[in-house]
Design a protein around this ligand. Sequence first.
Ligand SMILES: [Zn+2]
Length: 203
Amino acid sequence: MALKIEADAGYALMDATRDVRDALQYLRRSKLASEIIEDIESSNTLITIKVGPGLNDRFEHPPLDTGTSFGGVVYWDPGFTLGVTDKANKRPNVPWVKQIKEKRTIWNCCGQRAPTNQDGEINPKVCLMHELGHVLQYLSNPAEFRALFRNADGSKRRDGEIMSAKNTIEQVNTAAIEQPIIMELRDSGCNLGIRWDYYHTSN
Ligand SMILES: [Zn+2]
């Protein structure tokens, strides 16, 4: 077991443990999520999940090679729901993505219906999955991940380089992990919003 649950921000450990268990159970309805959770749980690296109300959801990787099994900390607010916008102009035009269009004709040309943006929500459980996506990104190659933020001598990279690295990490996590998992969860009957770009949030 490479996941350690800790309570934070005045939360009870019993509640924290239950919330994480519930979330992981829900997420396992997605095959991809299930595989990622298994990878993390069977890893020799120890990931701590700190759970508490009001925490800012994030993953903090070890900035330097600690030479230990310490693999960083996920912070998770089990009550935080993320508002997202499924933007029509970013929506992939592929068969497995539902195309949402105006219900009625908004202009008269050939009775065309325009694709519309769709606001929705990503529940706290899927927000936890997003952070576990970052854990997977880190575990896939810790040295390479750390090198996005630090030079070989351990000094911090320039602000611009760090911003650009963070942007890439977020977009890859959103596209390769968050989106396919949301689509699998939707297939299993879950009502979830989706974003095609990390920055299309509404809260
Ligand atoms: Zn993220």
